[in-house]
Design a protein around this ligand. Structure first.
Ligand SMILES: O=C(O)CCC(=O)C(=O)O
Length: 510
């Protein structure tokens, strides 16, 4: 069955786009785009590519050969993904070189469709080689809450469950992919319903996208499993909606970056030997997508064990544990995450106000960005208030029985990892506010964390502002009260400055 193609993905010169325009056209509308002009001067584009534009496999093997990586077997399905194996980069490159030699010596250079090609995926390259600085995150994508957070904190703290998930696969979401012509990624929507960007260092990819409004068409009658490969013979009995789907398609060339918005299903094929760099992330513009997915996965986890509810001492705790194991975080992890962000944003606003009481230019844009972010946290937090997990019926933290969940504010403010988070944010919002022509400086990507630490103002802890934040936050309702009280304080601090109206505006939303 052939696919219905409704159009192509827009191609835009990234150098002619401001950060504000990107927000308006692509983040807020949740639309995909192909971007050119954003990979000039990337080290990866020189040292990982030969003069004739092919992957420099010898360089990769000689420099990074001992790394252990995940390799997908493109011809073998395992559940909703391809079967994976672990091998060293050196072993993978040896396989790839042998494959190329075999193809070259064939009289007809045709790839066997049924061949079980190997595809190196999800290599945590930046984590493993922070000093190599292979690339610089394009400026539109630096406001990345997921990776910034994982650079300083763990997403899930439960010592009894999913520890290996944290340590290996969840250390960050910055990846390198590489594979021969014919390798591919099955149909999926991204982890946490995050955004992703993917940059072709060399090679070409063919992408097929389906908008979130049509995603139901990909599922079976029970809405449980979705189509795996859009080019196989998809059973109409099993997936009755599939043939109605209208796809967008595009070919991504070398040195082009694609933006994949939240919740868009996509399938990707390497049309040549390809190396790409790929990040998943979220920020204020798609935070609600992450929350909605978590809520959906929670309902499924709960339904799955409903029949043992009566014999469970801590049913809610078990649901949360299963949610963390399946999705990579649970409600408490997500709530801790947004609470840290909310407090970091309030502290940064306070410091901005202290240093610059009447905002203009960059300071004003920085403040606007912080307020936009706080609004999104506020909205998501409001949706969390009625949940069982946070009500008095179930006051237990799922980490240990009989232990109340709460976040101590002063403890958070003095934790070195929190200070690092604030300082990284400060730097990023300064960069996006300056107009974002260059994004973060190339050297910053590999910079040691300690170089980035700037102490929070030394008198912060003694300030009335910290008193306004209160002592602890134990649930979403308390988080909202904290934001309200801090905003009231900030309003009073600078009643006549331009920031005042943003704070008022934010109060109206809440
Ligand atoms: O390049 C690929 O094979 C898959 C990339 C992908 O799915 C993504 O960037 O979301």
């Amino acid at each position: 069955m052939s696919l219905k193609i409704g159009g192509k993905i827009e191609r835009v010169n990234g150098k002619e786009l401001s950060y504000e325009q990107f927000v308006e056209r692509f983040f807020e509308k949740n639309e995909p785009v192909l971007l050119t002009g954003l990979m000039d001067d990337w080290r990866a584009c020189k040292s990982w590519v030969t003069e004739d534009g092919k992957p420099n496999l010898h360089f990769v093997s000689n420099h990074f050969g001992s790394s252990k990586v995940q390799v997908a077997e493109c011809g073998k399905r395992e559940s909703t993904d391809q079967k994976r194996a672990q091998m060293s980069v050196k072993e993978f490159i040896t396989y790839w070189l042998e494959l190329s030699n075999r193809k070259c010596s064939d009289s007809v250079n045709c790839s066997n469709k049924n061949e079980n090609l190997l595809y190196l995926k999800d290599w945590h390259f930046v984590k493993e080689y922070p000093n190599f600085v292979a690339y610089c995150t394009p400026p539109f994508f630096v406001d990345d809450w997921l990776n910034l957070y994982l650079d300083t904190h763990k997403m899930h703290e439960d010592p009894n469950a999913c520890q290996d998930i944290n340590e290996i696969s969840c250390s960050d979401y910055r990846f390198v992919y590489m594979g021969p012509k014919g390798t591919w990624t099955p149909l999926h929507a991204d982890v946490f319903r995050s955004y992703s960007w993917s940059a072709n260092v060399c090679g070409r990819k063919q992408w097929h996208f389906l908008s979130p409004s049509q995603c139901d068409l990909l599922f079976d009658r029970n809405m449980r499993s979705s189509v795996y490969d859009i080019f196989e013979d998809v059973s109409e009995t099993q997936f009755p909606g599939f043939k109605k789907a209208i796809w967008l398609e595009c070919t991504q060339e070398q040195n082009e970056v694609i933006f994949v918005p939240s919740g868009w299903y996509h399938q990707v094929h390497n049309m040549e030997d390809t190396i790409s760099i790929n990040h998943n992330w979220f920020n204020a513009y798609n935070l609600s997508w992450v929350w909605n997915l978590l809520m959906k996965d929670y309902c499924e986890a709960k339904e799955y064990i409903e029949d043992i509810r009566d014999i469970c001492d801590n049913f809610e705790g078990l649901c949360q544990r299963n949610l963390a194991a399946n999705t990579g975080m649970n409600f408490f992890d997500f709530f801790t995450f947004i609470t840290r962000f909310a407090i970091a944003h309030l502290v940064l606003l306070y410091q901005l106000l202290q240093n610059e009481r009447g905002f203009s230019g960059t300071g004003l844009r920085q403040a606007q960005q912080l307020i936009t972010n706080l609004k999104s946290i506020y909205e998501v937090s409001s949706n969390m208030i009625p949940l069982d997990a946070f009500t008095e019926k179930n006051p237990y933290c799922p980490l240990e029985e009989n232990q109340y969940f709460s976040i101590e504010i002063r403890e958070m403010l003095t934790a070195p990892e929190f200070i690092r988070l604030c300082s990284k944010f400060n730097r990023i919002y300064r960069a996006t506010s300056v107009g974002c022509e260059q994004g973060i400086r190339k050297s910053d990507e590999g910079m040691e964390d300690h170089l980035l630490i700037q102490p929070l103002e030394s008198d912060l802890l003694d300030s009335e502002f910290v008193n306004a934040l209160g002592c602890k936050i134990s649930d979403p309702k308390r988080l909202i009260e904290t934001i309200n009280s801090a905003i009231k304080y900030l309003n009073a601090m600078a009643p006549s400055c331009t920031l005042f109206s943003f704070l008022n505006e934010s109060k109206n939303v809440v």
